[in-house]
Ligand binder design. Sequence first.
Ligand code: ZN
Length: 448
Amino acid sequence: METNEASRVSRPRLASEIYNRQSLEEQAVSLIESRQKPEHDSWQLEPRLNARTAIFEELTAKGHLSHVEFDEAPETANRRTLRRLLNGWSDNLQGWEMERRLHEITEELTIHRVWEDIQAGELPKDTVVITISDFPEMCPDYMAPRIGYRALNKKGMVRVTEFSGGKRVIEQISRSNSNDGSSESFLAANGIVAGSGSARILGSQIIAAKRDFPDGVISVQRALDSMAGPDIIYGENHGLAEKHLPDYHELRQVSADREDQAAGFINKLADFEAKLNRDYQTGKISYSEKLAKYNARRKELVTQICLLNPAYARDARGEAAVVHFEQASLAMASGDHQSGISHMEEALATSDPDAGVVCGGEPFEESNAQLGQKAAQTYNEALQERKNWKWKKGVCAVKECPTRPEKTEVGPCRVCRKCQTIFDKGKKPESVYKTAGFWESVIRALAA
Ligand SMILES: [Zn+2]
C-alpha cells in the first residue's frame, strides 16, 4: 500500500487501483434502490447550465468543448449531480443502458472520493479524473436516437474533472467515431489494462496528475486522436469534409465564443425551464410532461440557431436539410421573408431525426399539416432574435462576395457587413458586385 500522496499518481492509474471499485458500485446500487421520486432542488437552480449543455449537445456532433465551473462547494456539487443522475434512472431501461448509468453514478462517487482525498492530503491538489464515454456498440442504430445516442457519427464524450482552487471544474469534448478502438489504445499506452468495449471504458476512471495532461481534456483528446491515426481531429479526418473544425489550441475559445453568441437562445430556454419548474411544483404538469415540453422548446430554438448560422445545420439537422437552411438564411438576410418561410418549411421537412440527438431527448417529429405553421413561427421568432446576434469571424455566405474565401466579420445568417448593407437597400449583392466589376474594368481600360 502506497501512502505517499505524489506516488499515488506518479503515473496515470485506474481508479480501481486506488479505490475499491466493487464497494463504490455497491454504494451506487444502494443509492438507486433507495431513490425517491424526482427531486426538485437538483435542477431548479441550474436552468442556465442545463440550457447551455442541452443546446450545444444538439447543435454540435464533435469538436465542441463545454466548460462547467461549479460555484458551489464540491460537496453540494456532488449531492446535486447524484440527484440528477438518480432522477434520470428508470427501471425500464435496456440492460446495457442500466449498466452505463450505474457506471456514471460510480464515476460521480469516484470524483467525490478524489476530492475528499485531496482535502485529506492523500492525493495532490492537481489530481484530475478522466472518463471516456464512447458510443455504446451494443445499441442498435435505430434505437440510438430514442435513448439519446448519436449513431450517425458514433458520437462520444471525453471529460476531465479537476478541483481548481477548491472548486469542481468539468471540461468535456465531443468526438466522432468514438468506439474505433482509440480509447483502448489510449489506456494501453498509459500502461492501463481496462478491457475493451464502451461499458468497460466508461467504468474505468483514470486518476492522473495535471502535469501528465497539461491542457486538460484537450491533451486527452489529442492523445485519443493520435491513436486513431494521422490527420484525425475529434475523431474526424481533418483533411476531408471537416476542414472547419477548430484546432486544438483554439477549441476552448471557439467553443466559448459559440456559446456566447447563442446566449439569447440559452437564456430563453433557461427561462422556459424555470417556468416549467414552477408548473411542475404546483402540480400543473407531470415530470414527464416537463421533459417533453422542454425537449420540444429546445428543438425550436436549435432550429432557429441553425437558421441564423447554417454552419450548424449539418450536425444538428442532417445533410439533406443543409441547403434549405442556407437558402432560408440568405432569404432572411435579404429581407425576402416569404421565400424564407417556404425554405424553412423545406428545412423542417428534410431534417433528419437521427442528427440532433440529445441525451434524454426525443427524436424530431412533426406532422406535415403542422409544418407550414411551425416553419412560420420558427422563422419569425429567429427574425426577432436576429437583432441580438453577435458578429463573429467567418466566411460570408454570399457566393459573389469579394471577401471570399477569406474570413471576415459576419453577422446573423453569416452575411458580412458589406453584403448586408446591399441587402438592406433592397438590392442583390450579385448584381451590385457585377456592376462594380464592370465599372472597374472600364476605368482600368481608360487608364491603360
Ligand atoms: Zn459578403
